[in-house]
Design a protein around this ligand. Structure first.
Ligand SMILES: *[C@@H]1O[C@H](CO)[C@@H](O)[C@H](O)[C@H]1NC(C)=O
Length: 142
């Protein structure tokens, strides 16, 4: 006995729907049981903020800037795989590559891709004739 293509795809859709329902009820159960909510998605700009400001220039006159990347998630979410738009970011002083490094044009990786814990801030200083606009390009919740 052979299943027709239509029967097979109906069966697959049915299975997928079952799995989805099951997955959702598991999430609901764990949310109901936990005292603090586990957030399933983090919002750039609200849960993760990037600010920079000018700091005293280097002795040789090159302007310096301090960048602060903060996880401000109120529900305890950790944020990892943070990538920023960063143009051709470069610095006249060493920036710890584990904290911030450019992978490609306009793609800089934060914290070596590791999670930035809820409530924590990463800070680094760089120097260049002018600042690079830095903004969140992508991130992963968890
Ligand atoms: C965030 O990371 C910390 C330390 O690794 C861990 O204890 C905590 O459970 C994590 N929070 C979430 C919501 O996964």
């Amino acid at each position: 006995m052979a299943f027709s293509r239509v029967q097979l795809s109906v069966a697959i859709i049915f299975l997928a729907a079952c799995l989805q329902v099951q997955g959702r009820s598991e999430v609901e159960t764990s949310l109901g049981a936990a005292s603090s909510l586990v957030q399933t998605n983090c919002r750039p700009g609200e849960d993760l903020t990037v600010v920079q400001g000018q700091t005293p220039h280097l002795p040789n006159g090159i302007p310096a800037f301090t960048v602060m990347i903060s996880n401000t998630c109120q529900t305890g979410c950790n944020i990892s795989n943070i990538h920023l738009h960063c143009g051709w970011f470069s610095s006249a002083i060493l920036v710890n590559p584990k904290i911030f490094r450019r992978l490609a044009y306009n793609d800089c990786l934060v914290n070596d891709g590791q999670p930035l814990k809820s409530g924590s801030t990463l800070q680094f200083r760089y120097a260049n004739s002018r600042s690079y606009p830095l903004s969140i390009s992508s991130m992963r919740c968890g």
